[in-house]
Design a binder for this molecule. Structure first.
Ligand code: ZN
Ligand code: ZN
Length: 275
């Protein structure tokens, strides 16, 4: 039995590349959860390109892709996820944050068209199955793996996801603005007891109230608070602001670690093995 999580992209908003972004990486949101060889992907940010290359190498021909929402930083990598051009690939895509307005298929097809992109969904030869899910409905991803969603507080809607094999569990709680007590409590409950929690830690305490309130994101300190309340084992700070340098992230990581011992800042390429 193995339960492995790999970070393929942990940046928020837009991919970045500079000498100040080498340690934590510059690709946008993409996480792979590999449970006994079964691949569940959360979000298709720019980091999914490299994951696609890796899946082709491994010979993986089936994957589930859970979308938190349709903002560019979470879907922009999909046209560059090369398995979608392979006729023997099965890709199951799930979302539900819009309540089917638009549905999952249209979220993707609307962004993949001229004049924004030269390729459309029709060119993708993979067998792509689109599903629309209701918040809180448990979905069966096969081989004993299930996923369930919980709505976050984010412009246009967004889902947090909890993926489990019945033993280990992983919670992806990104693109969320704290401050609505009821929503925060529901999500804390949702994350309870997770082995690993990924949280939207885009801002610092200084930035948030003065400039960023209402933008739909949170702070690393709130992440520590929720992680403690939810009794999770590990917290990964995620959705790093594009301008956040490696040095700043290391400083944030050190401060977060003092508040919550299981806290660290996510970095591209990082692998977490649960047993
Ligand atoms: Zn985002
Ligand atoms: Zn967003």
């Amino acid at each position: 039995m193995s339960f492995e999580i790999k970070i393929w992209g942990c940046r928020g908003s837009i991919p970045v590349s500079s000498p100040d972004h080498l340690k934590f990486g510059g690709s946008t949101a993409c996480i792979e959860i590999n449970i006994n060889g079964n691949v569940v992907i959360i979000d298709a940010g720019s980091g999914i390109r490299e994951l696609g290359t890796e899946l082709l190498k491994r010979g993986t021909r089936t994957a589930h892709l859970l979308l938190s929402h349709g903002h560019y930083d979470h879907i922009m990598g999909l046209p560059f996820f090369y398995p979608v051009y392979k006729a023997d690939m099965q890709l199951h895509l799930w979302s539900g944050h819009t309540n089917c307005n638009p549905c999952t298929h249209d979220i993707i097809s609307d962004f993949m068209r001229e004049p924004y992109l030269p390729v459309s969904l029709d060119i993708m030869q993979a067998n792509m199955n689109f599903y629309d899910v209701k918040e809180g409905a448990e979905i069966d991803l096969g081989n004993g793996i299930t996923a369930v969603s919980c709505a976050t507080n984010h412009p246009g809607g967004c889902f947090a996801w909890r993926v489990t094999d019945g033993k280990q569990s992983f919670v992806y709680w990104s693109d969320h603005e704290h401050g609505n007590d009821e929503v925060d409590a529901r999500l804390t409950q949702f994350a309870t007891g997770a082995d690993v929690l990924i949280y939207d830690a885009m801002y610092t305490d200084d930035e948030y109230p003065s400039k960023k309130k209402g933008f739909g994101h949170s702070t690393w300190r709130k992440g520590c608070e929720f992680a403690q309340k939810a009794g999770v084992k590990q917290l990964l700070l995620f959705h790093h602001a594009p301008e956040r340098t490696d040095n700043q992230l290391e400083a944030i990581e050190a401060m977060a670690h003092k508040i919550f011992a299981g806290a660290s800042a996510a970095r591209d390429g990082q692998i977490i093995k649960l047993d």
